[in-house]
Design a protein around this ligand. Structure first.
Ligand code: ZN
Length: 96
């Protein structure tokens, strides 16, 4: 039995992903395109590196995409710091 064939895994969501997307969007919007590469490769690198440093937060989304909220100031700061570090790292050393 293939789990993927039998169940709808689309409802599985990692909230950390949503938080990283929101934070990355905010930070990238604040930087001019001339100062940082925002190509597909670089942005996906930024997302992977950020997510690998943060704990996943899986939940089942029965009502589609609810806007996820960060549950603590501590977590919010950690996500902000991680994304800031990763942005710096990737922009100084792009994979291309
Ligand atoms: Zn790039």
């Amino acid at each position: 039995m293939a789990i993927k064939d039998k169940y709808d895994l689309e409802e599985l969501r990692n909230e950390t992903e949503e938080f990283v997307f929101q934070e990355l969007e905010k930070q990238l919007d604040g930087i001019s395109d001339d100062d940082i590469c925002k190509c597909q490769d670089c942005v996906l690198d930024m997302i992977c590196l950020s997510l690998n440093q943060l704990d996943p937060r899986y939940r089942v989304s029965l009502m589609g995409t609810l806007y996820a909220k960060v549950e603590s100031k501590e977590l919010e700061d950690k996500i902000t710091r991680t994304v800031t570090d990763v942005l710096m790292k990737v922009s100084q050393n792009p994979g291309h």
